[in-house]
Design a protein around this ligand. Structure first.
Ligand code: SF4
Ligand code: SF4
Length: 185
């Protein structure tokens, strides 16, 4: 079955998840180092304030990350939800009727790859609204596969130790469990 976006849905631009656990806080949209300058420029062009935190680092020794492989664009709400580039104020809509992305033509690779989370075999994120309805899709996902492989290529740096950054952001009820800073994955 072909993948399509559910009418009126903006779930993936709004809802942010704890990953890999509550301790690490809610994550943002993955931004590759090669995309940082573009995102910064787009934010300034649209007069949007953005918070970008580290996401994944690598090192040869287990003491501290030496190189950052990916950053993350945090949501604009205090609980970590809602991408700052999502237009929730105007009446403009995306082609499938959801809220419009203000930078759609220039959106990050992670947004172009979603809801694909693995390509061998192609696997869609069960939290995507389409998957909630139809479980999975095997068609109309070529551009998502291409974007995911670009991300995987850039993140395949082969460090011995992998680090994850805990964002410190989450729901008020989880404040005591959420941490901030680097942890070995
Ligand atoms: S990718 Fe999935 S969650 Fe995102 S807008 Fe489309 S249907 Fe909704
Ligand atoms: S950059 Fe655009 S497509 Fe990506 S999460 Fe934000 S609003 Fe959605």
């Amino acid at each position: 079955m072909d993948f399509y976006c559910v009418d009126g849905c903006s779930k993936c631009c709004i809802e942010r998840e704890y990953y890999p656990s509550i301790k690490f806080g809610k994550i943002g949209v993955l931004i590759l180092p090669s995309e940082m300058e573009k995102i910064d420029l787009l934010a300034r062009r649209h007069s949007i304030s953005v918070t970008i935190l580290p996401r994944v680092g690598i090192s040869r020794k287990p003491d501290r990350p030496e190189k950052i492989l990916a950053y993350q664009l945090m949501g604009r709400e205090s609980n970590g939800n809602t991408c700052p580039f999502l237009d929730t104020e105007s009446d403009e809509r995306s082609p499938h009727g959801g809220h419009k992305c203000k930078i759609y033509q220039d959106r990050p690779l992670a947004c172009r790859a979603y809801p694909l989370i693995d390509s061998l075999p192609p696997t869609l994120d069960p939290k995507c609204k389409f998957c909630e309805k139809c479980s999975t899709a095997d068609g109309n996902i070529n551009s998502e596969i291409e974007s995911l492989s670009l991300i995987q290529g850039e993140m395949n740096a082969g460090g011995r130790y992998i680090w994850r950054y805990a964002t410190g952001i989450g729901e008020p009820s989880h404040k005591k469990q959420v941490e901030t800073g680097w942890f070995l994955a």
